[in-house]
Design a protein around this ligand. Structure first.
Ligand code: MG
Length: 300
C-alpha cells in the first residue's frame, strides 16, 4: 500500500500530556502552550478535560483555558467529556468538539473508571445524544489496544468490537491507544487489519506511547496500513504511570520529523513546534522528551 500524502496530527499534549504530569500547571501557561501550538500549524488541539477536579486536579480550569486561548479559524479545539455533566460544562465554555473514551481491557476499565466496558459505553449514550442535539462532533478513544497493565495481551478482535460500538454510537473517528506503549510494528499491522474489517480505516487513528521506544516504528507500520491520523504530544508531555521513568505519548516533534522525511504533509512548522515544546518543558523544569528537539537544541 502506498503511504498517505497528508497526515492529520491530533495534538494531545495540553490534555493527555499535562494530565499525566505530576506537577499541575496554571491556566496562563496552558493558554500560552495552546497558542504556541496553533501558531506552529497544529490543526487539532485537545485543550482540556471537563471532569471533576477532585479526580483530575491537573485539568482544573479547562473552561478558563478555553476562554483564554486565541482561537484561530480552521483549528479544532477539543475537550474530553466523560459524562453528560462534563459535556454541559464544555458546551457552556463554547467547546465545539469533544471526545469520549473506553478501554479494550475489562480490568483496565474497572480499575481506571470503575465500571465494565459495556457500562462505560452505556454512560456515553446521553453524551452522544446531547452532542448530536448541539451539532458537536465526538471523537472516541480506545485505550490498552496492544496490551493492558492488568490483563496482559489484548485480542485485536476485542478492540474491533469496542471500536465498532463507539462508531455505531456516533463517534466520527476512533483513536486506538497503546496506553502502555508495549506494542510492536507487527502487532500494529495486525491490529489495523482486524479492526479495519469493522471500522473503515479512514475513521481510525493511532495513539502511540513511546514507553518501549516503539512509537515511531508503530506509526510507520500504521501508515503502511493506510492510517493517516495520529495523536501525539508536544515535548512528549505526559509520563507513563505504568512504567517508571518512561516517556508517555510519542513526541509531536519526532512524528513531524518522521513524516517530513517521508514527504508527507502535516501543515506543521517543525521549528515552531520545537519552540512550543521547549517553552512548556521549561515551565515543567525539565528537558523535552522529544529526541528531535534535543538533537536540534544541541546544535544551537
Ligand atoms: Mg496518551
Amino acid at each position: 500500500m502506498s503511504l498517505p500524502s497528508h497526515v492529520r496530527l491530533v495534538e494531545v499534549g495540553p490534555r493527555d500530556g499535562l494530565q499525566n504530569e505530576k506537577q499541575p500547571i496554571g491556566v496562563a501557561d496552558k493558554v500560552r502552550l495552546i497558542d504556541d501550538l496553533s501558531a506552529a500549524g497544529l490543526g487539532y488541539i485537545e485543550v482540556g478535560s471537563f471532569v471533576s477536579p477532585k479526580w483530575v486536579p491537573q485539568m482544573a480550569g479547562s473552561a478558563e483555558v478555553f476562554a483564554g486561548i486565541d482561537q484561530r479559524p480552521g483549528v479544532t479545539y477539543a475537550a474530553l467529556t466523560p459524562n453528560l455533566q462534563g459535556l454541559e460544562a464544555a458546551l457552556a465554555a463554547g467547546v465545539r468538539e469533544v471526545a469520549v473514551f473506553a478501554a479494550a481491557s475489562e480490568a483496565f476499565s474497572q480499575r481506571n473508571i470503575n465500571c465494565s466496558i459495556a457500562e462505560s459505553l452505556k454512560r456515553f449514550e446521553p453524551v452522544m445524544a446531547a452532542a448530536q442535539d448541539h451539532g458537536i462532533r465526538v471523537r472516541g478513544y480506545v485505550s490498552c489496544v496492544l496490551g493492558c497493565p492488568y490483563d496482559g495481551a489484548i485480542q485485536a478482535q476485542q478492540v474491533a468490537v469496542v471500536s465498532r460500538e463507539l462508531q455505531a454510537m456516533g463517534c466520527y473517528e476512533v483513536s486506538l491507544g497503546d496506553t502502555i506503549g508495549v506494542g510492536t510494528a507487527g502487532a500494529v499491522r495486525n491490529l489495523f487489519e482486524v479492526v479495519g474489517r469493522e471500522v473503515p480505516r479512514e475513521c481510525l487513528a493511532g495513539h502511540f506511547h513511546d514507553t518501549y521506544g516503539q512509537a515511531l516504528a508503530n506509526i510507520y507500520a500504521s501508515l503502511l496500513e493506510g492510517i493517516a491520523v495520529f495523536d501525539s504530544s508536544v515535548a512528549g508531555l505526559g509520563g507513563c504511570p505504568y512504567a517508571r521513568g518512561a516517556t508517555g505519548n510519542v513526541a509531536s516533534e519526532d512524528v513531524v520529523y518522521l513524516l517530513e522525511g517521508l514527504g508527507i504533509e502535516t501543515g506543521v512548522d517543525l521549528p515552531g513546534l520545537i519552540k512550543a515544546g521547549q517553552r512548556i518543558s521549561q515551565v515543567l523544569g525539565r528537558d523535552s522528551a522529544s529526541r528531535v528537539a534535543r538533537a536540534r537544541s544541541a546544535l544551537e
